[in-house]
Ligand binder design. Sequence first.
Ligand code: NAP
Length: 306
Amino acid sequence: MRKVVIIGSGCAGNTAAIYTSRANLEPLVIEGLEAGGQLSITTDVENFPGFPDPIMGPDLVQNMKKQAQRFGAEYKGGNVEKVDLSHRPFTLWVSGEEIQTEALIVATGASARWLGIESEQKLIGHGVSSCATCDGFFFREQPVVVVGGGDSAMEEATFLTKFASKVTLVHRREEFRASQIMLERARKNPKIHWITNAEVDKVYDVDQKEVTGVRLKSTVDGKTWDYPASALFLAIGHVPNTKIFQGQLELDEDGYIVSAGGARTNVEGVFHAGDVQDKVYRQAITAAGAGCMAAIEAERFLAEHE
Ligand code: NAP
């Protein structure tokens, strides 16, 4: 029997582990399949307060883990396959093992959405990326393609103009979901070229193990044509990792946990932290702050129910 289990080991989960371990709650952190979360696939982090020089994402998240371990947090590899939140103690199944806990912090984050085509999947890390902030730097003076029509696509395309020789934004419709201000800013940028009513349906060149271009397909008449690019950035949204909570926690139409105020969920004793609930800010520092809030709330909850 555990006092508190934290699911997820990104910024939110690790911060919750630091706070709960310092409160003597001996937390167990289930690391998940993508241990370290989104920071583990990031390069330089320049906006985390307290680091005047850039720190590598994996180092930052590893430091957080070490910090939590110093106060007694326990880490366990593997993924939570199933949960039962219908009564306390809550039950989790991790690699077939059953774990019970009085309080639960859900910090499972969100994963980037991909197009799902085979050539794209094969070239992830070889010119196909879901993070312009992480990988834009590698494509200095080269042409790149960004896919998406939301705020992320505008932000990433604008950011990429700092490095790339040309940024082509490909969107499947004529209308954009992005906010007016972000769309305008991108529209004003002379380095951004626009192709609407088109999708990427193939990425070249799997054999060369690098991106040399994409095949575009018109969403109007289905015609295809090749377009040169050294990188493909997907900015088509994120999917929260909440599958195991369906039917147990209140989720919104996109699958994000609905907050019941502060870090609380609709189930008493279950708290949320980080991108699993936040589709707006999605920053390392906001996730860390949310991890702190969840830990403090879990601590208060346990004190009240002792
Ligand atoms: P989003 O608003 O859901 O936009 C996703 C875009 O990707 C849409 O244009 C969608 O096209 C397109 N898309 C989805 N699946 C696709 C597919 N399979 N093939 C081609 N295109 C596809 O996601 P987001 O841009 O990541 O934004 C998420 C949230 O974060 C929003 O609330 C946004 O305002 C916020 N955000 C804010 C900022 C900021 O304020 N600085 C920055 C980034 C994000 P359709 O439009 O045709 O569906």
